[in-house]
Ligand binder design. Structure first.
Ligand SMILES: *Cc1c(COP(=O)(O)O)cnc(C)c1O
Length: 371
């Protein structure tokens, strides 16, 4: 065959719903020599990575590690390990990722009690309290902290008490909030949480950091049936990822991706978690002021800092604008998803990409495309 030309990907500015622009430090870490997955040197790097993940999740949960796979693998890990056939679960749905959680939970053979609000809206504490009272047999409640499909930011602080008082676990999708929004796993008493590397951590896609509270571990340990997914079975993964259990081989860890995540977490901690969260807030305000000055309106009333979802003005070909941004400015923004397909742009301000330079360039480029 004719061998394709050498790879020369463009240096895009990634301001969509993920992945975000990856700093060169992380790309260099990815290219470091591959070690064996049981090499003590590698195990040291992995332990450091898990320790930094605990720091960034703000948790002391021993069972905190990166699942091999993207964010969806994390979602599937939580659902398959915490639920058994015949269990009941309350699934909060206000966008595409809540819908995916419902699908996965149903595939686990669990009964879903869907708590739905229109896309772009969030759940009030009262609604959660009512759902929990209506379905007392539910084992857990799942909720999306940062709904990337709509840009809605769900407050979690007041939810956990209600969920725990009913004896349920609180399960959270934090893919677009970890490293960009305030997120306190222990203080907010989240029992199981998953994220992704390619959003606010600015690492390439490929790993899904997860963390389980002691309460969640207890639930997993008292399962009556085996987890139907062999690859994502935490009872086996634990023996590799947590120290003191002999480091049993389960699957070959994605060594170089762990290097990349380790470097990404080093960058987060060097900046300081609080400073990083504040930067995302300020960058959101800067972008928002510019977009609103152009007459663009935000769709969610409670917007994320990390994902800005605005309505496309009437008469504008939204795909043509995105194409021009990509071709003329090498900037990627996202299209509307699901209910908002064709009606919205989703502008990510995640990690390394959330800078004044990128925002001002995007605003100028967008102004140019719209006039
Ligand atoms: C991106 C995303 C996911 C899925 O992550 P993948 O890395 O694409 O598998 C899940 N939930 C939310 C909220 C996301 O933004």
């Amino acid at each position: 065959m004719l061998i394709p030309a050498q790879l020369t990907p463009s240096e895009r500015i990634l301001m969509g719903p993920g992945p975000s622009t990856v700093p060169s430090r992380i790309l260099r870490a990815l290219g470091a020599p591959t070690l064996g997955h049981l090499d003590p040197q590698y195990l040291g790097y992995m332990d450091e990575t898990c320790a930094m993940l605990r720091e960034v999740f703000q948790t002391r949960n021993p069972l905190t590690f990166p699942v091999s796979g993207t964010g969806m693998a994390g979602m599937e890990t939580l659902a398959t390990n915490l639920l058994e056939a015949g269990d009941e679960a309350i699934i909060c749905i206000n966008g595409a990722f809540g819908l995916r959680m419902r699908d996965i939970v149903q595939r686990c053979g669990a009964t879903v009690h869907a708590l739905e609000v229109p896309w772009g809206e969030i759940f009030s504490t009262d609604m959660i309290a009512r759902a929990v009272a209506d379905h007392p047999r539910a084992k857990l409640l799942t909720i999306v902290h940062a709904e990337t499909s709509t840009g809605a930011h769900q407050p979690l602080e007041t939810i956990s008490e209600i969920v725990h008082a009913a004896g349920m676990l609180l399960v959270v999708d934090a893919v677009t909030s970890l490293g960009g929004h305030e997120l306190k796993v222990d203080e907010w008493q989240i029992d199981a949480i998953f994220s992704g590397t390619q959003k606010c951590l600015s690492c390439p896609p490929g790993l899904s950091p997860v963390s389980f509270s002691p309460r969640a571990v207890q639930v997993m340990e008292s399962r009556k049936t085996k987890v139907q997914s062999w690859y994502l079975d935490v009872s086996m993964l634990r023996a590799y990822y947590t120290t003191g259990t002999g480091r049993a081989y389960h699957h070959t860890a994605p060594i170089n991706m762990v290097y990349a995540l380790r470097e990404a977490l080093r960058i987060v901690l060097e900046e300081g978690l609080d400073a990083r969260i504040e930067r995302h807030r300020l960058m959101h305000l800067r972008l928002r002021a510019g977009l609103e000055a152009m007459g663009l309106a935000y769709i969610p009333t409670h917007s994320l800092h990390t994902l800005n979802c605005v309505r496309v003005p009437a008469g504008i070909d939204e795909a043509a604008v995105r194409r021009r941004l990509l071709q003329e400015y090498s900037i990627e923004i996202g299209a509307g998803l699901g209910v908002f397909a064709g009606q919205a742009w989703r502008i990510g301000l995640m990690g390394h990409a959330a800078t004044p330079r990128n925002i001002d360039l995007l605003l100028a480029a967008l102004r140019h495309c719209l006039t």
